[in-house]
Design a protein around this ligand. Structure first.
Ligand SMILES: Nc1ncnc2c1ncn2[C@@H]1O[C@H](COP(=O)(O)OP(=O)(O)OP(=O)(O)O)[C@@H](O)[C@H]1O
Ligand SMILES: [Mg+2]
Length: 378
């Protein structure tokens, strides 16, 4: 390529400049994270880049030559966008909640833009559609919504706790005085003991709630995920002795220690693995897998981006009903007789404090997969 260019006349050199190098265009289309689909004037697909293949699950081989009407036949909005560009020669965008239907996968939340293609002479020659995957953004929005709920709760909790703790102290003090007046053998003393115990229980709940709401900056150090996960599994195996649960740990050995708060991360994975264990009634499997995430990078302004680590906790348990999926992060939401319902709310907060993401996918009666993505570096 280089040598070729060397021998060219001045005119030819202009043609081969980077701006017009067809290889450069091809490379951009190959690497861009948007699906790019082009149609010729007859409406047939002439270009289907790798992102389009990834989003739709179809290969360009299968798709090239297909008419756009057939390709989008069950996708009204996308069909409409293609038509406007092809037939009216106008460009058009749809930013609303568009879903790209796929053969063997969940619909993908996307937005789409389509535009006519014009030749140098100003004649229309087909159209192009660009589709952007919004699933990551939707996940982030979910995280933010949950964070909002928690911070509101924090404010409420701080106010309420103050109001409740003082009268509680009064009740406890009075019950202790009463207990001292009654002799330990007196049958009424049992009631005072119940009063004291229950007041202490309310106190614990309020303290946990305050913990959840108040910002606790994590103490950052190097955390060996393999060790943290291994220790938790050891304990959970013990707790699952009466059941027939297999615990699998698949660790990516290339993951270096990550920067985080060891205590908090232990609490996080303990909550998740405990939930996985509890979701299995008798027989089943809990699999924990770590790997360097292929996609996710954290970029904070002015800082280098960091690779992310994905930690997946997968169980073959009872799963979560769709209508409950959004409620499970709400503090005190529980379906267990002995659950506090704080496990996931706390987990969500720990993940946020580590600038990470938490995602849950679940099918009732099939199982649940929780994916935590954490940046390797702060
Ligand atoms: N892996 C899972 N499989 C099935 N259901 C789950 C799973 N993880 C969470 N859930 C559901 O989400 C609810 C809330 O979970 P969370 O961990 O916040 O509280 P909990 O487990 O009920 O109580 P605690 O964690 O305090 O013991 C659970 O009661 C359960 O219904
Ligand atoms: Mg739990």
């Amino acid at each position: 390529m280089q040598a070729d260019r060397h021998n060219k006349t001045k005119e030819e050199k202009v043609e081969a400049s980077p701006r017009t190098d067809p290889n450069l265009y091809a490379m951009i289309l190959e690497n861009i994270d948007r699906a790019v689909i082009a149609f010729d004037q007859a409406g047939q697909i002439t270009l289907f880049n790798p992102a389009a293949e990834a989003f739709t699950g179809r290969s360009s081989k299968q798709v090239l030559g297909t008419h756009f009407r057939d390709f989008f036949h069950n996708q009204e909005t996308l069909l409409y966008l293609a038509k406007v560009a092809m037939e009216d020669g106008r460009s058009i965008t749809d930013d609303e909640g568009l879903l790209l239907l796929r053969d063997n996968a969940e619909p993908l939340p996307v937005n789409a833009y389509s535009a006519p293609i014009y030749t140098n002479r100003g004649k229309q020659d087909g159209a192009v559609m660009i589709i952007r995957d919004l699933s990551r953004i939707r996940e982030l929005e979910g995280t933010l919504r949950r964070a909002d709920r928690l911070s509101l709760l924090g404010t409420l909790a701080a106010g309420l706790a103050h109001e409740i703790k003082n009268p509680l102290g009064g009740i406890k003090g009075a019950a202790q005085l009463l207990s001292r007046e009654l002799d330990a053998e007196h049958e009424l003393d049992e009631y005072t003991q119940i009063m004291i115990r229950e007041v202490e229980r309310i106190n614990t709940i309020i303290n946990e709630l305050m913990d959840l709401g108040s910002p606790h900056p994590p103490t950052i150090g190097a955390v060996n995920l393999a060790k943290v996960l291994g220790d938790i599994i050891l304990l959970q195996k013990e707790a699952a002795r009466s059941k027939n649960i297999t615990f699998l740990l698949q660790l990516d050995p290339s993951i270096p220690p990550i920067q985080g708060d060891e205590n908090l991360l232990t609490r996080l994975f303990l909550n998740l693995i405990k939930n996985a264990r509890e979701s299995i009634e008798r027989d089943g499997q809990v699999a924990i897998e770590t790997r360097i995430s292929p996609n996710y990078h954290l970029t904070s302004p002015g800082q280098k981006s960091s690779p992310m680590v994905d930690i997946k906790v997968r169980d073959t348990g009872c799963g979560i009903a769709e209508e409950e999926l959004d409620r499970i992060f709400t503090p005190y939401f529980t379906t267990k007789s002995k659950g506090s319902g704080l496990g996931l709310a706390i987990s969500q907060k720990i993940v946020e404090d580590h600038n990470g993401f938490l995602k849950i996918e679940s099918l009732p009666e099939t199982g649940t997969t929780v994916t935590v993505s954490l940046p390797l570096r702060r």
